[in-house]
Design a protein around this ligand. Structure first.
Ligand code: CUA
Length: 369
């Protein structure tokens, strides 16, 4: 009797939790109402089966409870019950799978007039690319991937030159227009996910995948990585700003093209120390910036602002002055002597001696003020 009561309480508590929980989808901001409908169908079917099975269990526990002198009957075959169970289970599974298959078929077939946005995932940041005036995405190749060319754009391809490259973790999109998202990864498995759009997809290294959606609500929505991709994974966040077409055009016009980026690169070393510039690009490319700020904020690791020349304390209480030797040794083997006050989560990054020198030069170039 007590067992039956406990089971009944579990059913009631589960249903109450479902209706009262604040943990549910954020308001929909795209065309994918059908994804929400699919989820509703799934919850209804699994919920109905859960309640039915639990009630049956409660009934049998109560009805066939132990009584003195009563013996159990053994009935291994019952074709009628088996047919009924197979039928109900089949219907349930078809109901769970079919709506999702139909939605997915649409999800990967974008309309022909969709605006193409390329999203590049990299430990631990996002890069975005739009086609420029020529309306073509230029050719890319892994051979050209470099700290200052994460997309691996081919400088010899005329179509690449007017491609618009978005730096920083914020991308803008026009409202009411279908967006075809092309996804690439430069290293490991990532997943581009904007919850209010319901849109997401794994980004498999070496594969080009795509999906589409139409933003229907203006606003600023958080984009995130939904696959654990290393220690910097929680920092792989950004924003998608949805705004009227005219505002989007104005924003897009302010973004650099591949040609202007090339020109800026050609002009830059004359004014700045090339080693520091290389270190800065490496800090971006290797994902150091996901954990180390240069503006004094503590993200995961210590800020690089004013780090050089400071005295750091290790977890064992010993101290050392941060100089070239300290930084080189720490970058080579971060786990050897953890710093007090920070989790020992920094990965060993494959770097050549020249790359370590460049990074150290960059860290050195971040004075306290
Ligand atoms: Cu990229 Cu998690």
């Amino acid at each position: 009797m007590a067992v039956a009561l406990v089971l009944l309480l579990i059913v009631v508590a589960s249903l109450l939790f479902h209706w009262l929980t604040p943990w549910w989808l954020p308001p929909l901001a795209s065309n994918w109402q059908r994804m929400d409908d699919t989820l509703t169908v799934t919850v209804l079917i699994t919920g109905a089966f859960f309640v039915a099975i639990m009630l049956f269990l409660i009934y049998t526990v109560w009805r066939y409870r132990h009584r003195q002198g009563q013996r159990a009957a053994y009935e291994p075959e019952n074709p009628r019950v088996e047919r009924w169970l197979i039928g109900a289970t089949t219907l349930g599974i078809v109901g769970l799978l079919a709506p999702g298959l139909a939605v997915y078929a649409d999800y990967v077939h974008p309309p022909h007039d969709a605006l193409v946005l390329e999203v590049l995932g990299q430990q631990w940041q996002w890069h975005y690319r739009f086609a420029g005036a020529s309306e073509k995405l230029g050719g890319t190749d892994v051979r050209f991937v470099a700290p200052d060319n994460p997309f691996g754009l081919d400088a010899a391809d005329p179509a690449a030159l007017d491609n618009i490259l978005v730096t920083g973790n914020e991308v803008h999109l026009p409202i009411g227009r279908p967006i075809k998202v092309l996804l690439r990864s430069n290293d490991v498995l990532h997943d581009f996910f904007v919850p209010p759009f319901r849109a997401r997809m794994n980004i498999v290294p070496g594969q080009l995948s795509s999906f589409w959606f139409t933003p229907t609500t203006a606003g600023r929505f958080e984009a995130m990585c939904a696959q654990l991709c290393g220690v910097g994974h929680p920092n792989m966040r950004g924003f998608v700003v949805v705004e009227p077409e005219a505002d989007f055009r104005a924003w897009l016009a302010k973004q650099p093209t591949f040609a202007t980026a090339l020109a800026a690169r050609a002009a830059a070393p004359k004014s700045a120390d090339p080693l520091v510039a290389r270190g800065g690009a490496l800090a971006q490319a290797k994902g150091c910036v996901a954990c180390h700020s240069i503006d004094g904020r503590t993200i995961v690791g210590p800020t690089w602002k004013g780090l050089f020349g400071k005295t750091e304390t290790f977890t064992d209480g010993s101290t050392a002055k941060v100089d070239d030797e300290f930084l080189k040794r720490f970058i080579r083997d971060p786990a050897a002597r953890p710093i007090k006050g920070f989790a020992p989560v920094m990965p060993k990054v494959e770097l050549s001696d020249a790359e370590v020198d460049a990074l150290v030069a960059y860290i050195k170039a971040q004075p306290a003020n």
